[in-house]
Write a protein that binds this ligand. Sequence first.
Ligand SMILES: Nc1ncnc2c1ncn2[C@@H]1O[C@H](COP(=O)(O)OP(=O)(O)O)[C@@H](O)[C@H]1O
Ligand SMILES: [Mg+2]
Length: 263
Amino acid sequence: MNSVVRPTSPLEPIPLEPVQLGPIPLQINRAPILSLQNIVKTYASGELEFQALGGVSLDIFAGDLMALMGPSGSGKTTLMQIIGLLDRPSTGQYFLRGENVTSLTENERSRTRNLEIGFVFQAFHLLSRLNLLQNVEVPMIYAGVPADQRRERAMQVLEKVGIADKYKNLPSQISGGQKQRVAIARALTLTPALLLADEPTGNLDSRTSDEVMDLFKQLNSEGTTVVIVTHEAEIGEQTRRIVRLRDGLLESDRVNEGKRGQP
Ligand SMILES: Nc1ncnc2c1ncn2[C@@H]1O[C@H](COP(=O)(O)OP(=O)(O)O)[C@@H](O)[C@H]1O
Ligand SMILES: [Mg+2]
């Protein structure tokens, strides 16, 4: 009466030999967070035109930790300004989170830039008369976040980068490495599609550079997409993907074997 009757089901598992699973391909099913398609940028200089980018196509994926490298004059800053919506391509298409952002109006571009791109610059670009908390609040002011939420969020990101205890200090009262931490906190406040850093360690000594790189790596391991523009090999080697430009063209795009699969 208590005996259990097991129904025979077509879904009953069939015993199989164990299968050896191979490594998962790096980019399986990953939609690009950002897609550049045949980007050309021409600068007019006097009567002449100079082509700084000669047709660059590049996909950046959610979770990438990428270095954009190349010699001086190869087009790194030009490409970064296009990715960061600070400038527009002469021809070509740019998709950000699936949206075509190539021909947004000036206002739309500013808003998308503020919400989707977290900038980190070599020279930090902190406002000298605002304390650290207020500096971090700036992008949220532009985005219209209410004051109490701004404060709370600013403290959270300052804690994340390990400098919350100094929130009342002015930028002049902290070190270069600490300034870059604050700039990274500011870049994170609106949960951007990507962090875009132009020579972020260019003004730092090597030990402080390592600390800032550790912070980028930590944020990346937690899911932040990071693109670092650098001409320093030691910085590039700490990322998982290295894209090289030469004379305005993509020279190479490689997985950094030493860092494959590592956070
Ligand atoms: N505003 C501009 N007007 C004219 N030429 C420019 C301008 N900006 C950059 N260039 C030229 O475009 C090329 C690429 O510059 P850039 O993107 O700054 O290279 P990188 O950052 O790799 O050093 C360089 O030859 C530079 O002189
Ligand atoms: Mg440059």
